[in-house]
Ligand binder design. Sequence first.
Ligand SMILES: Nc1ncnc2c1ncn2[C@@H]1O[C@H](COP(=O)(O)OP(=O)(O)OP(=O)(O)O)[C@@H](O)[C@H]1O
Ligand SMILES: [Mg+2]
Length: 377
Amino acid sequence: MDDRTQLPIVGMIGGGQLARMTHQAAIALGQSLRVLAASPDDSAAVVANDVRIGDHDDPTALAEFAAGCEVVTFDHEHVPQERIHELLRAGHVVRPGPEALRFAQDKLAMRRRLAELDLPMPRWAPVDGADDLTKFGLPCVVKTATGGYDGKGVFMVDDPARIAPMLADGVRLLAEERVPLVRELAVQIARSPSGETRVYPVVETVQRDGICTEVIAPAPDLSAERNAEAARIAERVAVELDVTGILAVELFDTGDRLLINELAMRPHNSGHWTIEGTVTSQFEQHLRAVLDYPLGEVAMTAPVVVMANVLGGEPGGPRLDERVQRLLADDPAARVHLYGKAVRPGRKIGHVTIAGDDVDGLRKRARHAAAVLRDGS
Ligand SMILES: Nc1ncnc2c1ncn2[C@@H]1O[C@H](COP(=O)(O)OP(=O)(O)OP(=O)(O)O)[C@@H](O)[C@H]1O
Ligand SMILES: [Mg+2]
C-alpha cells in the first residue's frame, strides 16, 4: 500500500517497454508501478518513480523489492522458479504463479501440458540427441526450451550436425514440424484470481526474421467459427493452467485449423494496439487482473487498428527527433510510442498505432510511419 494515496503497489520484475507501458496505465489508476530494473537506463526505469535496481535472479534484491507490494508480476519470463517460490514462502503474492508461469518459461513443459489437454499443436518431440531428429524427420524446426525471444531460440534445421554444439552445451531442445502456415494469429485473454475472464479480439501478426513487425486487429477475414475457436483455446489454456493476468496465445493458421505456437503470461507485443484500439488496454487489464479488480471492457474503439513495430535502423540519417517531427507532420493521426531505449539495429525501440476502417490503407500508413521513425525514409 502506498501511504500517500492509500492505493496498492504493484511490483513488476523487469524494466523493459512492457513495464514502461504498464506504468502508464498504473498512473491513470492513481498508482505508480514499482519496477525491478537491471539498469537505471532500462525503458521503465527512466520513467517510473519507484525503481529498484537489481538482478531478477538475486534473492536479496527480490525480497527487498517485494516488501510492501500488494502483488508482484512480470515484464519477462526469466525469473527462475526457485526465486518465485522463495517470494511465495515469504508471504508475497505473485501473479501469475510459478505453476502457470512455468508453461511460458519452458517450451517443453508447455508442449507436454498442452498435449495432456489435447489442445491443437504442431507435431513435436523432445530432442536429446541427433538421432531424435532423424527419427522425427528433417527438415524441421528446432527450438531451445528456454531463453528464446524474437526468434533467437528458433532454428530451421535440415542437418542433425547443426544442433550438435547446442546438445554438447546441455541446451534442452525440442523439434517441431515446420507448419505450412497461411498466417500467424494471436489472441489475448485476461483472467483474474476470482475467475473473471475477458478475451480480446483475435489479431493477425506479421513476422519478419522471427520478429513481429506488424499487428492487424481484428485479423482480416477470420470466420466467426475460427474466431470462436481461438477464443475457446485461450479460455481453456487460461483456466486449465490457472493463469492470472494477461495471457497471449500465439497461433498458426494453416487455412483449415489453428495450432498453438506458444504462450506468454504478461502484456505482449501482439496487444500493444489495445492502448488506443480497445476500451481497456492490455496494460491496464493486466494490472486489474493481478490486483483482482473487476476487468475492463475489451470492445474495439474503431473498426480496424494496425500497429507497426519500430525497429532500430543503421546508424546515420536524420536524428530521431527530426524523424519524429517528420512523422507527426506526415500523419497527424498516427499514435507514436517510443520506449526511451538506445537504438541498435533490429532492436524494438517503439511502435506506431493507426486506427480507421480500411485495412490496406492503414497498413501502408503504419509501415510508412515505422520506416520514418527507423531511418527517416
Ligand atoms: N513449427 C513452426 N513452423 C513454422 N514456423 C514456425 C514454427 N515455430 C516457429 N515458427 C516461426 O518462428 C517464429 C518464432 O517462433 P517462437 O514464437 O516459437 O519463438 P520466440 O523466439 O519464442 O518468439 P517470440 O518473439 O514471440 O518470443 C514464429 O512466430 C513463426 O514465424
Ligand atoms: Mg513467439
